[in-house]
Design a protein around this ligand. Structure first.
Ligand code: SAH
Length: 363
């Protein structure tokens, strides 16, 4: 074929594996747009969310430090802190209810977006704590810690496999549409026979993050709390979604113009954490967690304090806890150091059974 004819043919772009596309799209999205114009998260809905988690941190933090010798300080680590609202609300409560703990506290934020780092810095400027930013967990110093992550894991890149007859093919993105690979046999799906048309998602980056957190908790005392939307039990089906201007759009829209998320598989991450040697509690539904921690009482107190805001407070509470709103779809999983590492720790508040994952029927 003459070179001129070849040059005039439309060029097909190289296929990009879905997780690479999602990582690139979200990095551009969080760096370039104000995500909170497109979606609202629990701490942005009501201060009640962060305040209750602040009180939770006070209880858990005392348990962590109870078993520590040498007067180590407590690190409060947050992964994907958004605008910093959750951390501001938690710290405000910690100062009040646990001043001795607050005095030893250092805050560490894991955030890759320069734009959101700036927002977090502004939000925390009056909080009275020392704040350090990190690209990942590796650079967070070793020591006793509480880690919280709200709607962080759902933004991490997923891989999707599609059943064709009894075999798996992996989804790629090419020229703005999905393309399928040749037959693959990913180790994560080893031994699992595909159903025709079945879609399975895995999130190796979320699993790697939880594995790293759990490994730390097996060496240093601490607790991690993961809150996200997803399933308590591994399920097949496609959950990748994109939001732009508050509305669902195709996940394959121009990379960086929409927020891409997928359901978190809590069974998978609990197993990753337990395989690393940590204890897991939950998952519990967000509504149950918040009500157990006192959401209704806190809302009542806010309504009494500011009666002309009462309707707003009630509407926000309903959004957080009602089963048909965020109450059921969102879930919380606590990952904790084993007893040998943190002798002062008991089951975290809000996980009412007090029974570690796997010691009860969760299905
Ligand atoms: N927790 C916040 C924000 C959730 S949005 C809230 O509840 O309001 C997701 C957050 O995770 C953003 O701060 C985003 O910049 C951050 N994030 C997404 N991918 C990340 C990654 N790979 N590493 C670090 N932070 C990431």
């Amino acid at each position: 074929m003459p070179a001129s004819a070849e040059a005039s043919m439309p060029q097909r772009g190289a296929p990009e594996r879905l997780d690479a596309f999602m990582a690139r799209a979200n990095a551009a999205y969080y760096a370039g747009r104000d995500p909170f114009a497109d979606f609202v998260t629990a701490p942005e809905i009501s201060q009640i969310f962060g305040e209750l988690l602040g009180a939770w941190c006070a209880v858990v933090g005392q348990g962590i430090l109870a078993g520590c010798t040498g007067g180590a300080g407590l690190m409060l680590v947050e992964a994907g802190p958004g605008r910093g609202t959750l951390m501001v609300d938690m710290v405000r409560v910690l100062v009040r209810v646990a001043p001795h703990l607050f005095a030893t506290l250092s805050v560490h934020l894991i955030e890759t977006s320069p734009r959101l780092r700036a927002a977090q810095k502004a939000a925390l400027s009056q909080s009275g704590v020392s704040v350090t930013w990190h690209d990942g967990l590796e650079s967070v110093p070793r020591g006793p810690m509480i880690l919280v992550a709200n709607e962080f894991l759902d933004a991490l890149p997923i891989r999707q496999f599609v059943g064709e007859e009894t075999e798996w093919r992996e989804r790629f993105v090419q020229d703005g549409v999905f393309a399928l690979s040749d037959r693959v046999e990913p180790s994560e799906l080893a031994g699992r026979v595909a159903e025709p048309g079945e879609v399975v998602e895995i999130c190796p980056v979320a699993c790697a993050f939880v594995r790293e957190v759990a490994a730390r908790l097996c060496a240093e005392p601490g607790v991690a709390l993961f809150i996200d939307y997803g399933t308590a039990v591994t399920a097949s089906g496609e959950t990748l979604q994109a939001l732009r201007d508050g509305r669902p759009v195709s996940p394959l829209v121009e990379a960086g113009t929409a927020d891409l998320t997928a359901h978190v598989d809590f069974e998978a991450i609990a197993h990753v954490a337990m395989d690393a040697g940590a204890l897991c509690f939950g998952p519990v539904e967000q509504g149950e967690l918040l009500v157990t921690l006192g959401a209704v009482e806190r809302a009542r107190a806010l309504c009494a304090a500011v009666p002309d805001q009462a309707n707003t407070v009630r509407t926000a509470l309903d959004r957080l806890i009602a089963p048909e709103r965020m109450g059921r779809l969102f879930k919380a999983l606590a990952v904790m150091s084993p007893a040998g590492i943190a002798p002062g720790l008991v089951a975290p508040p809000g996980f009412p059974d007090g029974v570690p994952y796997g010691q009860k029927e969760t299905r």
